[in-house]
Design a protein around this ligand. Structure first.
Ligand SMILES: NC(=O)C1=CN([C@@H]2O[C@H](COP(=O)(O)OP(=O)(O)OC[C@H]3O[C@@H](n4cnc5c(N)ncnc54)[C@H](OP(=O)(O)O)[C@@H]3O)[C@@H](O)[C@H]2O)C=CC1
Ligand SMILES: O=C(CO)COP(=O)(O)O
Length: 320
């Protein structure tokens, strides 16, 4: 069985590496012909420093090679997934499509699993998410993730196809819960980074993580997720990792906001887009999500971290 991966960024490359090390044949697609040629010539990943590509990985720039795979992992930025799937819906018909991005689509306010369902209705939709840095996976460090697939039988097969000796996959049928956990934690990670960057301290960060998790649960429940999914790897697990490690781009972006430092706009920071989407969803559904709301306003340059803190701490006192 050959596994296709769309996107040879950090995550797509890391997944390709762990799968190929476990003996799977992998077609790794990137849009940039030059990058593909470099990978073929050097057998090194272009977006992951010092990572060798095992022989089982075939880097390609022709979409036809990707579309010949029965199972395709979508490791593109969250705002790119829908356009990619809609443009190629015919060629992707009937495939198993595993969304790997973590973010809500800004135009439709939908998660990555729902995008697969809507864009390619006759595909088998699935989602791979949870606490994992690409660099850790590529180094062969132990990692546990959630594989969500509404079709239990297809999910069981996929769990075996995508698990490796270093990558332990837990199964779920709750696509909505898994996609929301991975997307929403990025917003809270930006808030936590800003908190530490501005010097508000570890206690304040713990409060943001806890109250941020309450917001994640509130929004996810309103959108039909199962509460227990948010308690697992895709929700709580990824929240802990992303809010506490400088390996996270979302957290580092927050640190830069807190320190009033410049940030490279080309870096993938999913939480910046998702913060806006969450603010829109909260307005539409009449939900109170104060940490996400101030984070969206910080990202938009409408609030400084100090103003965001004052907004949160001066809210009316309430029961926990
Ligand atoms: N990095 C990580 O540790 C993890 C990342 N993820 C998630 O994976 C997703 C991707 O992240 P990551 O791989 O790190 O991001 P990167 O920034 O490393 O890579 C993004 C990739 O997407 C490609 N790309 C961007 N726009 C397009 C487009 N319009 N059409 C085709 N390809 C495009 C880029 O190609 P080009 O180089 O040509 O611009 C690049 O190869 C994110 O949602 C992230 O949250 C999940 C878990 C861990
Ligand atoms: O999702 C991730 C860890 O699970 C990667 O986080 P960043 O996108 O913030 O780097």
């Amino acid at each position: 069985m050959r596994i296709g991966i769309a996107g040879a960024g950090a995550f797509g490359s890391a997944l390709a590496v762990t799968l190929a090390r476990a003996g799977r044949e992998v077609t790794l697609w990137a849009r940039d012909e030059g990058a593909v040629q470099t990978m073929r010539d050097t057998r090194r990943a272009v977006r992951l420093p010092d990572v060798d590509l095992p022989a089982g990985i075939d880097p390609v720039s022709e979409l036809s090679s990707l579309f010949s795979c029965d199972t395709i992992l979508l490791a593109l930025p969250a705002q790119v997934t829908r356009g990619f799937l809609e443009a190629h819906a015919g060629a992707l018909s009937g495939r198993t499509l595993v969304a790997c991005a973590k973010g809500l689509d800004l135009t439709t306010l939908t998660g990555q699993g729902a995008i697969v369902v809507e864009s390619v209705p006759d595909a088998v939709p699935a989602l791979l998410t949870g606490p994992s840095f690409a660099a850790d996976i590529a180094r062969g460090l132990p990692t546990a993730l959630t594989l969500a697939c509404p079709d239990d039988a297809a999910g069981r097969a996929l769990q075996h196809d995508l698990s490796t000796p270093d990558l332990r996959l837990y199964r779920s049928t709750d696509l909505a819960g898994a996609e929301l956990g991975g997307a929403l934690k990025n917003v809270i990670a930006i808030a936590c980074g800003a908190c530490i960057g501005a010097g508000f301290g570890d206690s304040a960060r713990a409060a943001l993580m806890t109250r941020g998790f309450a917001e994640m649960q509130r929004l996810a429940a309103a959108l039909g997720a199962r509460p227990e999914t948010l308690m697992g790897l895709s929700g709580f697990g990824d929240l802990v990792l992303t809010c506490s490690s400088e390996l996270s781009r979302n957290y580092r972006y927050g640190l830069a906001l807190g320190r009033h430092e410049d940030w490279d706009a080309a870096t993938t920071v999913e939480g910046a887009h998702t913060a806006r989407a969450v603010a829109d969803l909260a307005t539409k559904r009449g939900l109170d999500l104060p940490i996400s709301a101030v984070t969206a306003r910080m990202v938009a340059g409408e609030l400084t971290p100090q103003q965001a803190l004052e907004t949160l701490i001066n809210r009316p006192l309430k029961e926990e």
